[in-house]
Write a protein that binds this ligand. Structure first.
Ligand SMILES: [Zn+2]
Length: 63
């Protein structure tokens, strides 16, 4: 059984299982820490701070 390690986009921090970010097409990294789930981005202060315009799961720190 293969367990997929979630990865985070180096550009927009979106968390995904893919090697390329489904949102912006950039490279993803396995080396990330913490995440936030944005469910209502127009009202979310975190989304505003992080410059996010979509709902989803985003890493706080990607290396
Ligand atoms: Zn991205």
């Amino acid at each position: 059984m293969v367990v997929k390690v979630p990865k985070a986009c180096k550009n927009c921090s979106a968390i995904t299982d893919e090697d390329k970010c489904p949102l912006c097409g950039n490279e993803t990294s396995k080396d990330w820490q913490g995440y936030v789930i944005i469910v209502d981005h127009p009202r979310s202060e975190i989304a505003k701070k992080m410059g996010l315009h979509v709902n989803g799961k985003f890493a706080l720190r990607v290396r």
